[in-house]
Design a protein around this ligand. Structure first.
Ligand code: KG4
Ligand code: ZN
Length: 338
């Protein structure tokens, strides 16, 4: 891209209110994230109404902070981008309305972005992307292998049939009495554990790239209950390690098989669970000798943030693929159609 473009991006799909300014789809000028985790912790999960209310309180301040951090004026912007879906509808609507208001007030093009496209394009903020590529998407709501032959073209070749991997982490963490969100706590326990409880792996059919984590989650819950009934206590660290080993084994094995079938120049890791230490280490080890280049975003770009939405929006800006004022929060937005 020869000309400089600046996108103001907004993300409010779940429990983070975030705004960012991105230059040419690759450079972060600002990325402000206000997390609501503290408010949701005592409920053991995200409460949609509480999330929406926090977004309403925060959104203007966060956008102002992002513009100030970037030292950019609204007149200099090329477009306003916002997460259109999937996510919590009330939460999405706050971002969508803010984006529409700014687009209208400053006569800017409006760009609706799929949240998962954002997670994938977070990698473009690290390195130039080369197609065809494969992306392993692991978040609180999604577990998918996404093949991309070209920019902005998403083909889901495998996905979870039940729980998303992050969801399984959070539920297992709750069983082990760990705070929400449980993923980082399980990760820490697992990485420091000396022993591992043997747990099943759901491979599904031999040629399937789909995933299933609910059986594994139930296996952990059953182990805890069975031991309790026998008057024994199982070490949570050993369980955490067994759980994490099973998850990583399945994710990495299926990813390697997917790359064999769909030749890929790069493998991108994406989504909140990409912050997982065990997963990052195992992938780094597996891809050391590989012809496929592994890209893993830093922790700040793994969990929800608006910078990734700006990066994904830059492709739509290039293609002049804009939304109109009928843009709405869409909890069921399809990645392949987005
Ligand atoms: O992508 P994300 O921020 O939100 C969604 O779009 O869903 O992902 C949040 C998920 C939560 O389930 C959280 O427990 C998980 O990412 N997570 C982790 C780690 N850090 C965050 N899971 C495993 N290990 C981690 N270190
Ligand atoms: Zn996310």
């Amino acid at each position: 891209m020869s000309e400089r473009n600046l996108i103001l991006a907004i993300e409010t799909s779940c429990d983070e209110t975030s705004a960012a300014v991105i230059e040419n789809g690759t450079t972060i000028l600002s990325n402000v994230v206000a997390s609501q985790i503290e408010s949701h912790k005592r409920f053991g999960g995200v409460v949609p109404e509480v999330a929406s209310r926090h977004h309403v309180e925060q959104i203007t301040l966060i956008i102002e902070a992002a513009m100030l951090d970037a030292t950019v004026s609204f007149e200099e912007l090329s477009a306003v981008a916002v997460t259109e879906g999937p996510g919590l509808v009330g939460a999405l609507l706050v971002g969508v309305h803010a984006a529409k208001a700014i687009a209208f007030a400053h006569s800017l093009p409006l760009i609706g972005v799929h949240h998962i496209a954002g997670h994938i394009y977070a990698n473009q903020l690290i390195k130039p992307l080369q197609y065809p590529l494969m992306s392993l998407v692991v978040s609180g709501g999604h577990t998918e292998l996404v093949y991309m032959e070209a920019e902005g073209e998403f083909q889901i070749i495998g996905e979870t049939r039940d729980d998303a991997v992050g969801e399984a982490y959070d539920k297992v963490a709750r069983t082990l009495g760990l705070p929400y969100p449980g993923g980082p706590h399980i990760d820490k326990l697992a990485m420091n554990a000396v022993e591992s409880v043997d747990l099943p792996r759901a491979w599904l059919e031999a040629d399937s790239f789909d995933f299933s984590f609910s059986g594994l989650k139930s296996a952990v819950i059953n182990k805890v209950h069975n031991e309790k009934q026998k008057g024994r206590e199982i070490d949570p660290a050993h369980l955490a390690r067994g759980f994490q080993e099973s998850v990583i084994d399945v994710l990495v094995t299926k990813t390697l098989r997917a790359i064999e079938k769909f030749p890929s120049k790069q493998l991108l890791l994406a989504g909140g669970v990409a912050a997982n230490k065990g997963l990052r280490q195992r992938l780094e080890q597996e891809f050391k000798q590989s012809k496929t280049e592994l890209i893993i975003p830093p922790l700040s770009l793994c969990t929800d943030n608006a910078a990734m939405i700006g990066a994904a929006a830059s492709i739509k800006l290039k293609q002049q693929s804009f939304s109109n004022y009928a843009l709405n929060g869409n909890p069921g937005l399809d990645l392949e159609q987005s």
